[in-house]
Design a protein around this ligand. Structure first.
Ligand SMILES: Cc1cc2nc3c(=O)[nH]c(=O)nc-3n(C[C@H](O)[C@H](O)[C@H](O)COP(=O)(O)OP(=O)(O)OC[C@H]3O[C@@H](n4cnc5c(N)ncnc54)[C@H](O)[C@@H]3O)c2cc1C
Length: 386
């Protein structure tokens, strides 16, 4: 086998771009391959903004990873001299006994994350744009906000290339092999040989890694941008990121209006549902929004806001890839001579972790022990051979 690269990264989106960067930074020969030209809007990273927070209701074991992620976002911002993280604060609204609010409180307590509980009166003074039932609890996490997905991916890839990585775009990995001497990745344009392979193919991981096939579910998620009458009240600097747990419709979340001059489009107040959408094949996604999806967004707007408007100006579709327990899958793939590392199943909450996942994948690929506890993300919990 003629080895040309130390590492081949298949999928150069969110996780792959950061992995290529961390490996290139260590001086390795890196090839990153993507079937599209990232950043793009066919996978899981489109839509201008992604929430980042530490009071993690999904699982408290993510909090140490988040501390590291914040450090690494900051270090990367300093390195490129540009801003990726915007600290708007996040406000969580819902029934105090709901698992989401209970999870936010318990992760914050366990890891000493700053969190405030507001009574209804203070909540209405501090967040006058919302119209909430008196029974709802308000939790405020000040050290939270959003990061910019497309911008960050573009920067990771630019930096990885500057550090010597090779990026091949519009080239699809069709299959791969792993043997005692190295790995190969066969694409629609040729065959590439490397020492190790990192598979970060997002919603296409089902198709590239057969043991994961039955464990991953890809869903179509809708994002909407609306036009409030008083945009200033909802503008960046005046309005936070937010989560609302509606008893019937589930979890919705949103962002402030971002200025077009520095963020580009879409313009407007962004709102989305976090409940699973329709299950889809990532190669055949119907991107037309369903009437009931629009209706649910409009119901949340009229139910929980005084004047956020009802007119949807932009709709976009993005893909979630669920693991069975909605925790990430990050591991060395068994029976590959320890030459293949997988990162999959980010279950709609992975972007905030991009730098720490990139660092972690580079540690696994280079044979170093991970510096943070990640057992809960391992493949053994899936019983792939059963
Ligand atoms: C609507 C929406 C809202 C979200 N909101 C948040 C949020 O607020 N906060 C948060 O933390 N996370 C959020 N997420 C989740 C987060 O964006 C994802 O977890 C993350 O982007 C997944 O990264 P990935 O690298 O797995 O996938 P992607 O970024 O999609 O990257 C996978 C890449 O692999 C490439 N690829 C696939 N197959 C092949 C192949 N065979 N050959 C070559 N290339 C291939 C694809 O083209 C793609 O570029 C959201 C996701 C969506 C869809």
């Amino acid at each position: 086998m003629r080895i040309s690269y130390d590492f081949i990264v298949a999928g150069a989106g969110s996780m792959g771009s950061a992995t290529a960067y961390y490996l290139a930074k260590q001086g390795f020969r890196v090839l990153a391959i993507d079937q599209f030209d990232p950043p793009h809007d066919q996978g899981s990273h489109a839509g201008q903004s992604r929430i980042i927070r530490k009071a993690y209701f999904e699982h408290p074991d993510y909090v140490p990873l988040l501390h590291r992620s914040y450090e690494l976002w900051k270090a990367f911002e300093e390195e490129i001299g540009e801003r990726i993280y915007y600290e708007t604060g996040i406000v969580y609204f819902g029934d105090a006994s709901h698992p989401t609010l209970a999870g936010v409180r318990s992760s914050a307590k366990l890891y000493d994350v700053k969190l405030e509980v507001l009574d209804p009166q203070r909540s209405s003074v501090e967040f006058p744009e919302f119209n909430l039932p008196a029974s709802f609890q308000t939790l405020v996490e000040p050290e939270a906000g959003f990061v910019r997905p497309e911008f960050a991916i573009g920067k990771y890839l630019t930096e990885a290339k500057r550090l010597g990585a090779r990026l091949l775009v519009n080239e699809r990995v069709l299959s791969w092999t792993s043997g005692p001497d190295g790995v190969s990745a066969t694409t629609d344009k040729g065959v590439h040989y490397g020492g190790k392979l990192i598979l970060t193919a997002g919603s296409w991981m089902k198709k590239l890694v057969s043991p994961l096939d039955r464990h991953l579910r890809v869903t179509r998620q809708t994002l909407a941008w609306v036009s409030p009458k008083d945009p200033d009240a909802f503008a960046l600097g005046n309005f936070p990121c937010w989560f609302i747990e509606d008893p019937q419709l589930g979890m919705f979340y949103g962002f402030p209006i971002l200025p077009y001059e520095s963020f580009g489009g879409p313009i407007g107040l962004k709102i989305a549902s976090h409940r699973p959408g329709e299950t889809v094949d990532p190669d055949a996604v119907d991107r037309k929004t369903l009437a009931e999806e629009q209706q649910a967004i409009q119901t949340v707007l009229s139910k929980y806001f005084h004047d956020a408007g009802q007119e949807i100006i932009t709709l976009k579709t993005c893909l979630y890839t669920y693991s069975p327990d909605e925790n990430f899958i990050i591991d060395i793939l068994p029976d590959t001579y320890k030459r293949v590392v997988v990162a999959a199943g980010f279950s709609g909450h992975g972007f905030k972790f991009v730098p720490v996942v990139g660092e972690l994948l580079s540690q696994l690929a280079t044979g170093k022990a991970p510096t943070l506890k990640t057992d809960f993300l391992g493949m053994s919990r899936l019983h792939c051979s059963d």
